[in-house]
Design a protein around this ligand. Structure first.
Ligand code: C2E
Ligand code: CA
Ligand code: CA
Ligand code: CA
Length: 276
């Protein structure tokens, strides 16, 4: 085995060994990926359910590896978090997304937001706030064009520290969204303490709309609660007209999903805007 430095190899069965080896190969490639510019952002529009107008885009990271093909962020983000590469990658994502926001503004769409995903590990890093400030400043955008999406896992890590960082971002004028709401350890206690303006309802709830007998009324409960807390609500993973209609009836504000568009490269995102 290549990993002779770790003598725990012998305890692995063949499958685990293959998985660990694959992970090591991916990690090595990931190291080079940052220098070799193998990343790309794609953008998924978010629309106002009431009138179909595009209000924002979520930036989603793609890794096109010469060795491994297109690797899902769900697979490589956790690796990048383990070996610290997440900082370099996250900084790149922030800069790239802010430049996209700048090009939107230059085309007269400065009111359209760009949302960036940030993992708990990223938020915890000392340099995080500075890298956000730099990205906004270098691209010359208004801070409120940038939205940062965090998940509830952020609070489990260290609630106090996370909240103070989020408050600092908010005081800079950056918008904050709580992603995947309802998927994890959702707690109303947390929600009330978090300085977020946007709540993104997890796709698992949106899927329930299509399931007969499911407790889909929870959606309008979440929407009403968020509105009482002066948050706007985005439904994630909207794939059908039936879902969109149900969300409209539930007074959900915005929708995002394959029904409207898959995540697309910048050029298509701009064309999409021009033609709507
Ligand atoms: P997420 O933030 O919850 O992003 C939504 C995911 O759902 C995206 O997957 C998106 O392509 C997919 N999606 C959107 N609409 C639909 C739909 O109608 N149906 C279905 N089936 N899927 C839909 P993606 O791009 O593979 O990203 C997966 C996860 O990776 C993201 O989940 C996010 O947690 C993470 N991620 C992506 N980009 C970044 C990034 O730049 N930084 C960090 N830290 N994490 C990222
Ligand atoms: Ca997200
Ligand atoms: Ca999500
Ligand atoms: Ca997710």
């Amino acid at each position: 085995a290549k990993n002779s430095g770790k003598n725990c190899w012998k305890f692995y069965d063949a499958d685990m060994q293959a998985a660990a080896y694959e992970k090591m190969l991916l990690t090595n490639s990931l190291r080079r990926a940052v220098e070799n510019n193998e990343f790309e952002l794609v953008y998924q529009p978010q629309v106002n359910i009431a009138d179909g107008v595009i209000v924002g885009f979520e930036a989603l990271l793609r890794w096109n590896s010469p060795e491994h093909g297109i690797v899902s962020p769900a697979r490589f983000i956790p690796l990048a978090e383990q070996n610290g590469l997440i900082r370099a990658i996250g900084t790149w994502v922030l800069q790239e997304a802010c430049w996209f926001a700048r090009r939107l503004a230059d085309n007269g769409w400065g009111n359209i937001g760009v949302a960036v995903n940030v993992s708990p590990k990223q938020l915890c890093a000392d340099c995080f706030i500075d890298s956000v400030r730099d990205a906004v400043h270098n691209a010359g955008i208004l801070p409120n064009q940038l939205e940062i999406e965090i998940t509830e896992n952020v609070m489990i890590a260290s609630l106090k520290e996370s909240i103070s960082k989020l408050e600092e971002l908010q005081s800079m004028g950056i918008r904050l969204a709580l992603d995947d709401f309802g998927a994890g350890y959702s707690s109303l206690t947390y929600l009330q303490q978090l300085p977020v303006q946007t709540l993104k309802i997890d796709k698992s709830f949106i899927d329930m709309i299509l399931v007969a007998g499911s407790k889909k009324t929870i959606i309008s409960t979440i929407v009403d609660m968020a509105h009482l807390m002066e948050m706007t609500v985005v439904a994630e993973g909207v794939e059908t007209e039936v879902q969109l209609e149900y969300l409209a009836k539930s007074h959900c504000d915005f929708a995002q999903g394959y029904l409207i568009s898959r995540p697309v490269p910048e050029k298509e995102a701009l064309q999409f805007l021009a033609h709507r």
